[in-house]
Design a protein around this ligand. Structure first.
Ligand code: IPM
Ligand code: MG
Length: 358
């Protein structure tokens, strides 16, 4: 049966990098009979400009109907002064909550060819392979009440609510333990249980569900220490599981270990394995429109789509091998460039990966 993919390029470099990922999907369709159809729609600032909303009804409907969603990035200076309710980021958050994508997988893998591109010493990052499992539809991102209110003395006060119910913690915990069972069987749960009740409950639930996974070793770490350990000795981690906000911050930190945030894909899954796939980086307005962005994170997101939603693990491995091959050939976009390599633009990198597929 033909699988439908909603393609949502978004803003900034989103359109450039998604175009390369679409080339890869087209190549798989032509060369290996991948049975898919793609339909494009607007999200983020691009959607706001035309429809007055970052997540128009037709985009959400398409995303709901599709078997998988491929997303570029949203946001840009142009929309920064808009009301928070219609800012491009709300389009992304609306997709995550509207599709129930609570489990966000953010692998941080160092390609050996890029050990010199990391700001950390090669021996600290060589062989790095971490999976960050970030809860994506709860926490302070979505908690109520929220807003900016005026106090009796006339001063304004901003407020948000950090909140997790037991069932939300339990389902993301189970995601993490299931993934650990297929890896090195170690889960590090990251919280701030010494200060925040919300994460005290988080720790208690993680400890409880660990009993159902006797082969997996569970450890706990406070988020400040986790940030430090990620740059001190990142290879100590296998799977890290954490809430929405801590996961946002730690995954950027982990991304830099791999040389560039332009390398890291992500999958956001619902309870049935349907997913949205996107690079973990943003729309990079500073380099948008120049054809120099790194499309690898988006192309690797397609590999995750093939593995987690389309059930085509061999094609996923084929993409990953093609990325390895072009890195071996010395091709580098600006963000991962080191001297002696060949600097290429977005399209040239995409074309090289397509050529390496077959
Ligand atoms: C991410 C991004 C988003 C987030 C923004 C764009 C809303 O930083 O996917 O990590 O905070 O989740
Ligand atoms: Mg982020």
């Amino acid at each position: 049966m033909t699988k439908k993919i909603a393609v949502l390029p978004g803003d900034g470099i989103g359109t450039e990098i998604v175009a390369e990922a679409v080339k890869v999907l087209d190549a798989l369709r032509r060369a290996f009979g991948l049975n898919i159809e793609m339909e494009h729609a607007l999200v983020g600032g691009a959607a706001y400009d035309i429809h007055g909303h970052p997540l128009p009804e037709q985009t959400l409907t398409l995303a709901k109907q599709a078997d998988a969603v491929l997303l570029g990035a949203v946001g840009g200076h142009k929309w920064e002064s808009l009301d928070i309710a219609v800012r491009p980021e709300k389009g992304l958050l609306g997709l995550r909550s509207g599709l129930g994508l609570f489990s966000n997988l953010r692998p941080a893998i160092l390609y050996p060819q890029l050990a010199d591109a990391s700001t950390l010493k090669p021996e600290v990052v060589a062989g790095l392979d971490i999976m960050i499992v970030r809860e994506l539809t709860g926490d302070i991102y979505f908690g109520q009440p929220r807003g900016i209110r005026v106090l009796e003395n006339g001063e304004r006060q901003g407020f948000n609510t950090m909140v997790y119910s037991e069932s939300e913690i339990e389902r993301i915990g189970r995601s993490a333990f299931e993934i650990a069972m297929r890896r090195d069987k170690r889960v590090c749960s990251v919280d701030k249980a010494n200060v925040l009740e919300c994460t005290e409950l988080w720790r208690e639930v993680m400890t409880r569900i660990a009993r159902d996974y006797p082969e997996v070793t569970l450890s706990h770490m406070y988020v400040d220490n986790a940030a430090m350990q990620l740059v001190r000795a990142p290879k100590q981690f296998d799977v890290m599981v954490t809430g929405n906000m801590f996961g946002d911050i730690l995954s950027d930190c982990a991304a830099m270990l791999t040389g560039s945030i332009g390398m890291l894909p992500s999958a956001s899954l619902d309870a049935s394995g349907k997913g949205m796939y996107e690079p973990i980086h943003g729309s990079a307005p500073d380099i948008a429109g120049q054809g120099i962005a790194n499309p690898i994170a988006t192309i690797l997101s397609v590999a995750m789509m093939l593995r987690y939603t389309l059930n085509e693990p061999e094609l996923a491995a084929r993409i990953e091998a093609a990325v390895n091959k072009v890195l071996d050939q010395g091709l580098r976009t600006g963000d991962i460039y080191t001297s002696g390599m060949r600097k290429v633009g977005t399209a040239e990198m995409g074309d090289a990966i397509v050529a390496a597929l077959v």
